[in-house]
Design a protein around this ligand. Structure first.
Ligand code: KIV
Length: 270
């Protein structure tokens, strides 16, 4: 039995934590659907698939294209799409018009946006019209330039207090669940205990009500810096390297293609 967004919202202190992963493409969504409670079309697509230095260059059109690709997998799990940098922060009217575009053009179930107290009014404008919104506090990748890098949050008592205010503000604004990214584990636990909506950790705490990872991180597909929270469950980087090397070798030695890989008049089928 798959969960709806309202089921997810009621999964506070669940016996089994919620399982969430990112997806940007149809085949990946097909592979992940049987195993997850929610798919996120994250704006991490910019760094993961397009090699951008951070997520601030991701556009609404990119999110819509990838959202449609994920929805084409006909997922029977809720799909949430990130609102990219610069598409919601200016005014409730801007956020509303772009959130509607995302939902109308993809058929996804809701949107996610980054921010706490500063975004509460924007979030409330969306939830008041019935749009499902997932919050995202703690390390906010869209603020990387403002913050001067990817900084772990919730270290000092002032930071903890600010995060508490953020969590309560977005809960009051009506988010159905809250991503807590890149905070001291004890702070993520405190935040989880402070709100009545499920928290989804990424670099958070085991006490969060669910966990999310960027799928390419868990597949061991990415090059470069590997965040501490990203456990690799496969090593596809190495598999790709080996497969490409074997193909190159076969081509150079003329052991590919072989008769099995060729069409003949009698077996001219794919
Ligand atoms: O963009 C993304 O993939 C995200 C997750 C890391 C939560 O926001």
């Amino acid at each position: 039995m798959r969960l709806t967004l309202s089921d997810i919202q009621s999964r506070k202190n669940p016996d089994e934590p919620l399982v969430c992963l990112t997806a940007y493409t149809t085949p990946m969504a097909r592979s992940l659907c049987p195993h997850v409670d929610l798919l996120l079309v994250g704006d991490s697509v910019g760094t993961v698939l397009y090699g951008m230095p951070d997520t601030t260059g991701v556009t609404l059109d990119m999110m819509i294209q990838h959202g449609r690709a994920v929805m084409r997998a006909a997922p029977d799990v809720p799909v949430i799409i990130d609102m990219p940098y610069g598409t919601y922060e200016d005014s409730p009217a801007q956020a509303l018009s772009n959130a509607r575009r995302i939902l109308q053009e993809t058929g996804a179930h809701g949107v996610k946006l980054e921010g706490g107290v500063d975004m509460a009014e924007i979030i409330a404008a969306l939830t008041d019209t019935g749009i499902a919104v997932m919050g995202h506090i703690g390390l906010q990748p869209q603020s990387v330039k403002k913050d001067g890098g990817y900084k772990i949050k919730g270290k000092t008592s002032a930071q903890i207090e600010a995060l508490m205010a953020d969590a309560r503000a977005v809960e009051n604004a009506g988010v159905f669940a809250l991503v807590i990214e890149g905070t001291i584990a004890e702070t993520a636990s405190q935040l989880t205990r402070a709100v009545g909506i499920p928290t989804i950790g990424i670099g958070g705490s085991p006490e969060c009500d669910g966990q999310i990872l960027v799928t390419e991180d868990l597949l061991g597909l990415l090059h470069g810096h590997k965040p501490k929270f990203a456990r690799e469950y496969a090593h596809l980087r190495g598999d790709i390297d080996k497969a490409a090397a074997r193909f190159a070798d076969d081509v150079r030695k003329r052991t590919f293609p072989l008769p099995d890989n060729l069409y003949t008049r009698s077996t001219g089928k794919t």
